[in-house]
Design a protein around this ligand. Structure first.
Ligand SMILES: Cc1cc2nc3c(=O)[nH]c(=O)nc-3n(C[C@H](O)[C@H](O)[C@H](O)COP(=O)(O)OP(=O)(O)OC[C@H]3O[C@@H](n4cnc5c(N)ncnc54)[C@H](O)[C@@H]3O)c2cc1C
Length: 387
């Protein structure tokens, strides 16, 4: 049996792939039910290609918004627009789908139900292993033994901690504030795409449309206190700088969270693996965190299913870390850090150079294609496929 700690998008993808291959699997979830909090909401083209194998991509398309283009803009009216159509020969889904991640979790849990169990209210509190098995303590009161364990238990992973694996990297001094509003930004800002990153040396922001609302993301400086940052006054002030709307914005939801760029020192220890946020954390500018985690889940679960089914040698499992850790370290970290630096650049010359480069990229089909292969994460999967 394979045990999976965590019923987030990563744990549930891995569970579905394993269960489809006939591998007995149990998911242990600390919460009493599937959390419905608002977090990631971007599904990239190769992620949709993978989820299509589970029948989940179509469900996301039906529940979410298809975003065929993305934009970089500034407050003065400059815009560079890129279209996923330039990579239509590389993916069955040449667009991003914008849909709240908890909706994917519901689809995956429903699909898993006839084949495997999700045990709610079961927090993994400790992990021990020997050469044949892994023993997991649940709620500190009982133990479960299995052949393999996947730690998909999020950024504060207890599995990672119990295995003594360090999460190396840094935490940004600022936090990110996300507020959602039904206000129609598309009507207020001419030519606005569903995904739009606005560069500004004072306060960059990011607008992203999901069904029913726009989500606006802003940086919050170190010196600003949490309760100030998340207050109505702070959110209204920030939104009014996006568009001066005298009536005041209706706010449906707000979150403030710390942002990290960290990668686990290793993705495997013996019979235990880390995947998703348990293995890597990055800033959300680029929509790569959850997507990279889902790519981990497919990669690892397919390898585990092949080894358990005697279709591959056990050495195949070592390729998981070789293929996936460099993506988090060299690729996702590099792109998401560059995205943040470009949006916040204070040096006018650096800002001008970046705008000129994005304008040139958007206008040149060859450059646009290279850019979209990278930003959609297709290039990350290709680069390390043979590692
Ligand atoms: C507040 C917040 C806002 C975010 N917003 C964005 C965003 O706007 N854009 C973006 O791209 N990304 C965002 N992210 C990141 C994104 O949500 C993650 O990359 C994604 O959820 C990773 O999926 P996962 O399955 O690895 O982990 P998670 O989704 O965190 O799932 C882990 C699951 O494990 C469970 N669990 C935890 N500990 C245990 C345990 N010991 N035993 C059993 N179960 C356990 C948890 O309850 C949870 O259900 C946000 C993250 C947070 C925390």
């Amino acid at each position: 049996m394979v045990l999976i700690a965590g019923a987030g998008p990563v744990g549930l993808c891995a569970a579905n792939v394993l269960a489809d291959a006939g591998v007995p699997v149990t998911v242990l979830e600390a919460e009493p039910r599937l959390p419905e909090n608002l977090r990631a909401s971007t599904f990239q083209p190769p992620t949709l290609d993978m989820l299509a194998r589970l029948g989940a991509a179509q469900r996301l398309i039906e529940m979410g918004r298809v975003a065929p283009r993305l934009q970089y803009r500034d407050r003065a009216g400059w815009a560079a627009e890129l279209d996923f159509g330039v990579i239509a020969d590389e993916t069955a889904h040449p667009y991003r789908v914008q849909c709240e991640q908890y909706r994917l979790n519901q689809v995956l849990a429903e699909r898993l139900a006839p084949k495997a169990r999700i045990e709610f209210g079961c927090e993994v509190t400790d992990v021990r292993q020997d050469s044949d098995s892994v023993t997991v303590s649940v709620n500190g009161t009982r133990e479960i033994r299995a052949r393999w364990l996947i730690g998909a238990d999020g950024g504060r992973s207890r599995v990672r901690e119990a295995l003594g694996i360090r999460l190396e990297g840094f935490t940004w001094p600022e936090r990110f504030l996300v507020a959602s509003t039904p206000f129609d930004f598309a009507a207020a800002l001419p030519g606005l795409c569903d995904v739009a990153y606005f560069a500004d040396p004072e306060e960059w922001f990011f607008l992203l449309r999901v069904p029913g609302v726009w989500r606006a993301m802003f940086p919050v400086r170190e010196e600003e206190k949490d309760d100030e940052a998340i207050s109505d006054a702070s959110i209204q002030r920030r939104l009014r700088r996006v568009h001066a709307w005298a009536s005041g914005y209706e706010i449906h939801h707000r979150t403030l969270y710390p942002v990290h760029q960290r990668v686990a020192q290793s993705y495997r220890k013996g019979r235990c693996f880390l995947a998703g946020d348990a293995a890597h954390l990055n800033n959300p500018l680029g929509g790569m965190g959850m997507n990279g985690g889902i790519h981990d889940a497919f990669n690892l679960a397919e390898k585990l299913a092949a080894v358990i089914g005697n279709l591959a040698d056990a050495a195949e499992l070592d390729r998981y870390e070789r293929q996936r850790r460099p993506v988090a370290l060299e690729y996702v970290n590099t792109i998401t850090i560059a995205n943040k630096r470009n949006l916040e650049a204070k040096d006018p010359e650096a800002h001008r150079r970046w705008k000129a480069e994005m304008t040139r990229t958007a206008a040149d089909p060859r450059l646009a294609r290279e850019y979209m292969l990278r930003t959609s994460m297709i290039a990350s999967l290709r680069k390390y496929a043979c590692a």
